[in-house]
Design a protein around this ligand. Sequence first.
Ligand code: CP
Length: 307
Amino acid sequence: MRHIISPLDLSVDELNDVLDLAGRIYRDPKRYSKVCDGMKLATLFYEPSTRTRLSFETAMMNLGGNVLGFSSASCSSASKGESVADTIRIVSNYADICAMRHYKEGAPLVAAKYSGIPVINAGDGGHNHPTQTLTDLLTMKELKGSLEGLTIGLCGDLKFGRTVHSLINAMVRYPGTKFVLIAPDELKIPTYLKTETLDVYHVPYKETGNLEEVLPELDVLYMTRVQQERFFNEEDYIRLKDSFILDRAKLNLAKEDMLVLHPLPRINEIATDVDDDPRAVYFKQAKYGVYARMALIMTLLEIPEPQ
Ligand code: CP
């Protein structure tokens, strides 16, 4: 039995296999519409979500399975003090696989230790969000043709943004990746990601506070919102929340084939006048998330390719 807590839980070959399967499902969804007949996915969400929870549920239903779960801690027995360990022991009796989002870093890892079913981390605090990363990789692979040789600008809240941390962990393993880290001083990526990941894989990167200056060199611009829920005081959030706003005028500085990705939700960091630009693929990205999660569910449940 396998769990996916971090993108590093999949080797590059396994990642590529999941992405290839997701591509096949995307092109022929009907073929996969019954492969999880009789199976159940539990979505255990202790923190709010729109895309991740609903795309997981859509993914399981598209595979012919069923879903159960809770969408907030307050409507589960966590509100009475039940531990994650006890909850997953119980849910293991009800479902075949589970996706867990938690506000505490490491909670899905704890769940995995006590679980009788595969656990997928659907976002843990400011730590990791591996299925968003699968979604991001699938989007780049489908729309760029390859995950090799990409210069990726990561912009916004690189300190608390778990999608950024997971994306760095995955992309350092693809040849030719370069990162441009665009953030205010207070929201730079944590030092451990530089010393334990970027430096270890010898991935070139530079840090800047100037989006306009670096836009022309990017193949992908990954925008992120400033994570209000992770700030200790409101004043800092208000001061930093609009540090970077991508609008049509700034986008004119970018390559014609640059992709604009965003894990969403968007607040102010991408002006709505960008939405109609063909380079703005963040809504398409959210759609790819369903296929990425269908492929991951099939992989963890060891469902064979249908005849
Ligand atoms: N991208 C993402 O995790 O969105 P939700 O918080 O809506 O799930």
